[in-house]
Design a protein around this ligand. Structure first.
Ligand code: VG1
Ligand code: CO
Length: 544
């Protein structure tokens, strides 16, 4: 094999964020930019010679080009085998499954998830380790250090690989397997859920459904599983063909961006069930006829009902949620006497807990939930979980949610995002909040008396690693919470996220609109952080 070592100089902006490196496509197209990052990944690994690397992405613009570069670099760096999804496609959870199933050393996932795609939009890359999950901070810190000192990268010289032809080829001494991206994943889902019951309930019309794939990666997965295998009516899965620019939209499953689905579910004659997923297939939005289920509630409901699902019938070992996720799942854990962990934002923090079997289910308020079946959050898995639940309970989504609130009370929840804020202003807001922490406990606004105010720091119970500065938490005596943090996935300026929650036990008050019910907290949040005052804005960009 002809390998070339090319000299390079470092870029200073390759620090991975919440989920890998995300930048504008134009940034990735700079000379040697991707090469530097990929070589820095390999330079952070040990013992991968001759081993297997999984490669796949969400199909966005630059995916194919990047994969050709990575193939040649992986070959030159000494991997023995590459497993790649046909067309360069693998959803994030499917990639996680492939890494685990084929005992790969790790994987490279190309995605900027819910961020828009296209030549003017975003691209992303992240490394997943041998358990199938996102690399822990220890690794990403080392990787970042390597990007700052890199002097050269290795690349093999051979022609492009045909990514569309399923099968095996050998190039430059490395075995390259192009696989069907859907088959292994579909087989895994069939082992977790009761597919016979689902087929029955869908084919006899008890469940009707709509799934918005948002022109992103879950199209082929959802079409195969929901329509071909389970028998949902053709067209149940829509926007099903992955496009390089996601049809110009934001492939982000929430009521704002998945408005096509929202209009169906709140419109005349809605189906029983509606769902959407994001760019790389790890997020989910769950809806019923005239109802939207918040991701925090969804996690709590899954935990409370896990025994109804074949894979979890023997019970679950524990649950975890990211810090800003509502405390709804904590109430379930408490009632079922299950351990419950609170982790920083980002799926990489669940990996150790899952590996050590301290938890079986976990989730985030940002439309992510998952279990020990892979080491990523999994959009379609959540959809099948809900379908299985509906079929088993023979109840509507609305009935399931209301029943849950009756038993546990409702954690009224919402998140306000201020996007593309000037970075200096955003940092000023966080500093300003930090400066107030000591003075807040004991302070009151009406019924809201501050119980604690701190900056979240997490000590991993498995390996003892500490992650500090993970968001500002203000807790109130009445159980309400406000959390502030800056996004680690944006590509323009800074995004301030404000998470608000209030607990309501009284079932007569469960019907309230979240914005109205949280109005006082929204007001307190502004007094504390002054985002409107400091940016001159009047409204958040997105409310979820
Ligand atoms: C966001 C979400 C976080 C999620 C992350 C990756 O991060 O808040 O919960 O894990 O995206 O999800 P941040 O730092 O922007 O708040 V995905 O589907 O973009 O891989
Ligand atoms: Co995603």
């Amino acid at each position: 094999m002809t390998t070339t070592i090319t000299k390079t100089t470092p870029y200073d902006d390759q620090k991975p964020g919440t989920s890998g490196l995300r930048k504008k496509v134009k940034v990735f197209q700079q000379s040697k930019y991707l090469e530097n990052f990929v070589q820095s990944i390999f330079d952070s690994l040990e013992g991968y010679q001759g081993q297997t690397l999984v490669i796949g992405g969400d199909g966005r613009y630059y995916n194919r080009k990047a994969i050709q570069i990575i193939i040649k670099m992986a070959a030159a760096n000494g991997f023995g085998e590459l497993i790649i999804g046909q067309g360069g496609l693998l959803s994030t959870p499917a990639a996680s499954n492939i890494i685990r199933k084929y005992n790969a050393f790790g994987g490279i996932v190309l995605s900027a998830s819910h961020n828009p795609g296209g030549p003017e939009e975003d691209f992303g890359i992240k490394y997943n380790v041998g358990n199938g999950g996102p690399a822990p901070e220890k690794f990403t810190d080392k990787l970042y250090e390597n990007t700052k000192t890199i002097t050269g990268y290795k690349k093999a010289r051979f022609g492009d690989v045909d990514l569309d032809a399923v099968g095996e080829v050998e190039k430059g001494g490395v075995k390259i397997r192009i696989i069907d991206p859907v088959a292994d994943y579909a087989e895994l889902m069939a082992r977790i859920f009761d597919f016979d019951l689902l087929k029955q309930s869908i084919q006899n019309g008890f469940i009707t459904l709509k799934f918005d794939a948002m022109h992103a990666i879950t199209g082929p997965y959802a079409k195969h599983i929901l329509e071909d295998v389970l028998g949902a009516a053709p067209g149940s899965v829509f926007n099903a063909v992955p496009l390089e620019d996601f049809g110009g939209g934001h492939p982000d499953p929430n009521l704002v961006h998945a408005h096509e689905l929202a209009e169906i579910m709140f419109g005349p004659n809605p189906p029983t069930f509606g769902a959407a997923s994001d760019g790389d297939g790890d997020r989910n939005m769950i809806m019923g006829a005239n109802i939207f289920v918040t991701p925090s509630d969804s996690l709590a409901i899954m935990a409370a009902n896990a025994k109804l699902i074949p894979a979890y019938a023997k019970g679950i070992s524990g649950v975890a949620r990211s810090m800003p996720t509502s405390q709804a799942v904590d109430r379930v854990a408490d009632k079922l006497s299950l351990p419950c962990y609170e982790t920083p934002t980002g799926w990489k923090f669940f990996g150790n807990l899952l590996d050590a079997d301290k938890i079986t289910l976990c989730g985030e308020e940002s439309f992510g939930s998952g279990s020990n079946h892979v080491r990523e959050k999994d959009g379609l898995w959540a959809v099948l979980f809900w379908l299985n639940l509906i079929a088993r309970k023979r109840e509507s989504v609305e009935d399931i949610v209301r029943e849950h609130w009756q038993t546990y009370g409702r954690d009224i929840y919402c998140r306000h995002d201020y996007e593309a804020v000037d970075a200096e202003i955003a940092n000023g807001i966080v500093d300003h909040l930090r400066g107030q922490l000591d003075t807040l406990p004991g302070k009151s606004w009406g019924d809201y008396e501050v119980k604690y105010a701190d900056e979240f720091s997490y000590t991993d119970p498995v390996d003892g690693s500490v992650s500090s500065r993970q968001g500002i938490r203000i807790g109130f005596v009445n159980g309400s919470r406000i959390v502030f943090r800056l996004s680690g996935t944006g590509t323009v300026g800074a995004t301030l996220r404000i998470y608000l929650e209030r607990y309501e036990r009284d079932i007569r008050k469960h019907d309230q609109d979240a914005q109205a019910a949280l109005a006082e907290l929204i007001d307190i949040a502004e007094q504390l952080c002054e985002v409107k005052k400091r940016t001159g804005r009047t409204e958040p960009d997105v409310i979820t």
